[in-house]
Every structure is written in C-alpha cells, then in structure tokens.
Design a protein around this ligand. Structure first.
Ligand code: K7E
Ligand code: RUQ
Ligand code: CUA
Length: 647
C-alpha cells in the first residue's frame, strides 16, 4: 500500500467517524450506560485500584493517574523544566537536564516502563525515554521524583526505549534514526552503508537503581522503531521493529517503503554478554552525560563519561537475526509466554505474529534467506507463528491479558481489536474516539497481566470534550476487559500526548510511598536544620541567605543590605516533619520559578535584584491558618550604597 493510499484512508476513516456522529445529531459516545459510571467511580476518600503512569509525550513529563477514576494525581517533571516545582530551575535539579549539547530544558517522551522481578512488575522504579536528545530517566517510585538521567551516545531519536528486561538487568534504548558514528560532517546522500544505528544496554544496580551504560550493539543503517524484551522462554532476547530497510535518505514513500517486508531484529543479549566477557568489543571514545539526584543531599550532579564498549553485529555470529515482517512495522510486542512476537505492520492488511520456537529451529538448522551486512535473514514462512487476518487498518500496538487474549490498536480504523493468541480469531472490536496509538493493560507487557482494564490513548480528540480553542487535550479511554466483550467505561483528558502507559496495582507502590525527608538526615551543603543557624553571608557580589520555613514564618523575614547587581542565593530548609506540609517560596521579580520545599528538604533559588526598592517574598503554598503571615521583605539598595547586611 502506498503512503498516499494510507493517508487518504486515514482521512476516509476519520471522515466516516465524524459523519456518523453528526448524522445522529447527538454524539454517539460509545459508552455503555448501565453501570459504567459505577465501575469507574471511586467514592470520596477512597483510593484507586491502580496507578497509571502515562508518558507526557511532548510535555516531557510523566503523568500519574488513578485508575479507574482517571484522576490526575501528580505530574512528575522528568525531561522538561517545571516552574511549579522549580525542577530544572533550582540549583539542586539543574544538573539533571545537563547533556553534551548543554542544558536542555525540554524533551519528548514516549515509553514509561516499570521495573520487573522474574518477569513481573515490582513497582520499584519507572524508566522513561527522551526521544529528541537521547536520554533515559529513572523515576523513583517511593519519592515519585526523577532520580537519574543517562544520556545515550551514538543515538538519534531514542524511540525504541526505555524497555526493561525481566529482572531489570538492563534498560534497553535503541535509536530511531541512523546517523554517522562518530558524528561528522558528510553528505546526506551518502547515507547508505555509512550511517549506523546503536542499541544501548544500561545495566541497573539492583540496590540503588543506578544505571550504567554497559555496552552498545552497532546495527545496520535502517530506521528502528520499537522494541520489546523477550519474556519467559524468550528471556535473554530483545525484538526490534525496523523500517526503511532500503536505507533511503529521504523517507518519502517511494524510497523507503518499497520493500514488501522490513524486519524484526532479534537480538540475543545473553550472547552479547558472552561476547563482552570474551573481550570481543571495541572501546570507542564518545561523550555522554550521567546525572544523578542524591536524596540525602537533595542535590544532583552531572558527570561526563568518555567511552563506551561496542559490539559490531555484522561481525559477531549469533548476536542478531532478521525476521522478515510486512510492512513498515511499528509496535513490536511479545506475549506473556514469550512464544509470540507481534509485528504491527502499519501498511499491512494482516497482523503478522512470529514464533520464537520456530525462530530457534530455523537458526539451529541454519535456514537463512540471505543476509544484510553479515546478519542472517530468516525465511518468513519458517518463523511465522500465525496471522490475524484483516483485523483492521493501521495496527500500531498490542497488549495482552491473563486469559490468552491480545488487544491491538488500529489508528486508521480507530478501534481496539481483541483476538485470541494461538487461534488468531477475532473476538471483539470496539471503536475508540479517535485513532488510538498505544494501549495499556496493567502488566500487559509482562509475564503477569492484571486483565481488568484496558486504556487506549488516542491521538485525536475532536468533539469529545467542551472545545478549548484549536488546541485540545489528548484523550484516554478506559475499557473494562473482564468479559468476552470490551466495555467502554470513560474518557479522561491527559497531559501532553501520552504514547505508552504503564499501569501497576496500587498495593505494589502505595505502602512504600515516602512521606517526609528526615531533617536529621539532610546532608544538603546549604541546609539550615535549626533556627540558630539562620544567617546571611556575603562573598563579593554573591549573597547566601540561609532561611528556614516552618508554620508560620520564614526566618529571616526582613533582610537589608542587598544591592542591585548582587546574585542572591536563597537556601530554604523546610523544618516541618509532618506529612503533606510543604512550603513554597516566591520573591517578587524572580525570573525563574518558585520553590516548593518538602518537609525536611532544602532547595536553592537564585535571584538577581535589578531594581532598588523593598520587595516582598512569601510562602506560595497555603500551609496553615497563618499562611498569609508567612512572608517578609528584602530591601535592595543601589550598587554603591554602604548599607550593611542585616536580618
Ligand atoms: Cu506508537 Cu512513540 Cu510508542 Cu507513540 S509510539 S503511539
Ligand atoms: S487566599 S485560600 Cu489567596 Cu483566600 Cu488562598
Ligand atoms: Cu508556608 Cu504557606
């Protein structure tokens, strides 16, 4: 199918969706009316059954929702600055956004993935990719804060990322674009054979979660889209969809979608570990930032690393195989048994499912159908596990329940289709409003799905909510999947554009959620843990204000002796040791952000006084009956004044 057909099909599909709604005069909302409301209703004061972690897409953040209610519980800032919490603005977290391209205040994130133990979600950490300036973040699920960010070198468009292996041995991050490696000035038309791709394996320290870029596998210059680690019987492998195996340097249809089939690359990472042990790698010079937030000091540090170990796929037998897959596959999803690998061919009429067992047989019997850059290509028929015939148009992603069913989103025909793994028959289909990308079932990408709910994340919102001008929020839709037929329960709006979401039973996370930081364990270099330490120090034009916050005063509250042209550091320590008593800090004319300091924590805001005057500062988070009294003044005198510091 040519791209033009694909596009016109999209338009056709959408057009028909909208004609049908307008024709009815009233919107067909697709929801069952009887007890859908009850099934998503969480009474006041009660908790949701699941946490839903939805990628924030082009917001760069992670949205935390209660499922089934769809209530937004928190936005965790990850790859973008957040003035509400001062993430990326205060001195403590600025290093988190450091890269070898400098300080990067924004990114685009697609795939959150929760850590696993023995192939089951364990709720310790969640990993997530930055697509634009390639990075992987680790978010700690006790503090719900970004704990670590690793830049990925030799990558461009970190899309098939961040995917967790079954014991969180690795977080895998693959490039979308092939690029010159090392980067250099060269003609784009010389792409073919010269551009290369990297698949990175970040090892994870099981005690503290710290990531290390263990090694990279160098792959031919295709485009790589999505990956899923094998599970259970296919543990030790990871499967990655490719497109543009033509290696066209422009992705116009005529160049890049000519091949009847692209590939799923099957990568044996256990084999990779053997090759590393045997010293079959080269150590390449490169540069990438590794940023770690320390919970004791409440401060992040950024280190630039200088080299990476590389395994050359074309030279190391048994490391990578190509499985022919029609046609420009997007999602690559592995069923809970690890036997079946679903390639969601965007331009294909059928869904292709490969068999892991057949793949191993074909490899063992060396039944190859040629090679690409020294990497064996298997026979399509030899590895085919099954075909779901004409399930819909534009398949993107598949998830699984705990009863042997698979669910696939279809972007063009705007629906979720339920089918049986093994018999490949279609069991049910339900429209989504409109054009879903990913879908998520709690644990639906692991050995143990909790097949109660399915969340479809839609790309197009149109008429689902009261209009808000040309820009509409994206929309998620929740389905009950406990019966044979899926039942649409609710719509809820989301931040940014969620791609994937990871949903986790609340009991895996809720008991471990941190309540406060212990003041006695506060090792911040500028902490003021008792009022007797409150002080102001001047060092040339640099002024350090060591301030405490407790209901209901900021101490010191009246400051004199500051001058235009100074650089004032406010180091705020929240002395509270009660759950849910943060204090905020805002000072008039601050060009960056406010602070929001958790009990026991210290944060630093830099302020450049530019105008002579007496400027107020105050607590920006309503904290007690005397919250409005939690304020003070800072007097700013001319640069040449000789007023002494006082407080
Ligand atoms: Cu399909 Cu980036 Cu996972 Cu979006 S990707 S939908
Ligand atoms: S004050 S409670 Cu500005 Cu009425 Cu907020
Ligand atoms: Cu502290 Cu309001």
């Amino acid at each position: 199918m040519k791209r033009t057909t694909y596009l016109s099909l999209t338009l056709l599909a959408l057009a028909s969706v909208f004609t049908s709604c307008t024709n009815q005069g009233k919107k067909s909302n697709g929801a069952l009316t009887s007890n859908a409301a009850e099934r998503v209703y969480v009474p006041p004061g009660q908790y949701d059954e699941f946490y839903g972690f939805l990628s924030g897409g082009f917001s760069g953040q992670l949205g935390v929702y209660g499922i089934p209610s769809g209530r937004l519980l928190k936005v965790v800032p990850v790859f973008s600055q957040d003035p509400e919490k001062a993430y990326g603005y205060n001195e403590e977290t600025k290093p988190m956004l450091n890269t070898t391209h400098g300080f990067i205040p924004w990114d685009d994130t697609h795939h959150p993935d929760v850590s696993q133990t023995n192939g089951v979600l364990d709720g310790r950490w969640i990993f997530m990719n930055a697509n634009n300036t390639p990075r992987v973040a680790r978010i700690d699920l006790t503090s719900f804060e970004t704990a670590e960010i690793m830049e990925i070198p030799n990558s461009a468009g970190n899309h098939n990322s961040a995917f967790v292996t079954e014991n969180t041995e690795y977080v895998v991050a693959g490039t979308r674009f092939s690029v010159p490696i090392p980067q250099r000035d060269m003609p784009i038309k010389d792409y073919k054979g010269n551009f290369k791709a990297s698949l990175s394996f970040l090892s994870v320290d099981q005690d503290n979660g710290h990531m290390d870029l263990s090694f990279q596998i160098r792959l031919p210059g295709f485009n790589y889209d999505l990956a899923h680690p094998g599970r259970d019987k296919s543990h030790g492998w990871i499967f990655i969809t490719t497109y543009n195996t033509e290696e066209a340097y422009t992705l116009q249809e005529v160049n890049s979608s000519q091949n009847d089939k692209d590939f799923i690359a099957a990568v044996n990472w256990k084999k990779a570990e053997e090759y590393i042990k045997a010293g079959k790698f080269t150590t390449e010079a490169t540069e990438y930032a590794h940023n770690i937030y320390n919970e004791e000091t409440h401060t992040a540090t950024s280190t630039i690393k200088k080299e990476v170990r590389v395994l050359e796929a074309s030279e190391l037998p048994g490391l990578v195989y190509f499985l022919p897959t029609p046609k420009s596959p997007h999602g690559c999803d592995v069923d809970p048994t690890g036997e079946y690998i679903v390639g969601n061919g965007k331009l294909s009429a059928d869904l292709t499912v490969h068999s892991f067992t057949k793949m191993l047989d074909a490899i063992e019997n060396k039944k190859f159908d040629g090679e690409a850059y020294g990497i064996p290509i298997l026979n399509f028929e030899d590895v085919l596990g099954g075909t779901v015939k004409q399930p819909g148009l534009g398949p993107l992603h598949t998830e699984f329940d705990d009863k042997g069913n698979a669910y696939t989103t279809f972007f063009i025909s705007s629906e979720v289709v339920k089918w049986k793994v093994g018999t490949w028959e279609i069991i049910d289909r339900k429209p989504t409003y409109y054009s879903p990308g990913h879908l998520s079932i709690p644990g639906g990408n692991s050995q143990k799905p909790w097949g109660k709910y399915l969340l479809a994340m839609n790309k197009i919102t149109k008429d689902r909510y009261l209009p808000t001008g040309p820009e509409l929020t994206q929309s998620a839709q929740l389905y009950d999947i406990t019966g044979d037929k899926m039942v649409l329960l609710s719509d809820f709006p989301t931040i940014g554009e969620p791609h994937y979401a990871s949903m986790v039973p609340a009991e895996l996370i809720q008991p471990k959620s941190r309540k406060i930081y212990n003041l006695e364990e506060n090792e911040h270099a500028h902490a003021t843990t008792k009022d007797s330490d409150v002080r102001i120090e001047r060092n040339g034009k640099e002024v350090h204000v060591y301030m405490t916050m407790i209901r209901s005063h900021l101490n010191p509250d009246n400051i004199e002796g500051i001058k235009v042209g100074d650089k004032v550091y406010f180091h705020l320590t929240n002395l509270e040791q009660d759950f849910d008593v943060p204090h905020g800090f805002a000072v008039m004319g601050a060009e960056n952000a406010e602070l929001l300091v958790m009990p026991g924590q210290t944060e630093t805001l830099v302020w450049y006084p530019k105008k002579v005057g007496v400027w107020p500062f105050y607590c920006s988070d309503f904290c007690s009956a005397l919250h409005q009294e939690m304020s003070g003044y800072i007097r700013v005198s001319p640069e040449d004044s000789n007023i002494e510091l006082s407080w």
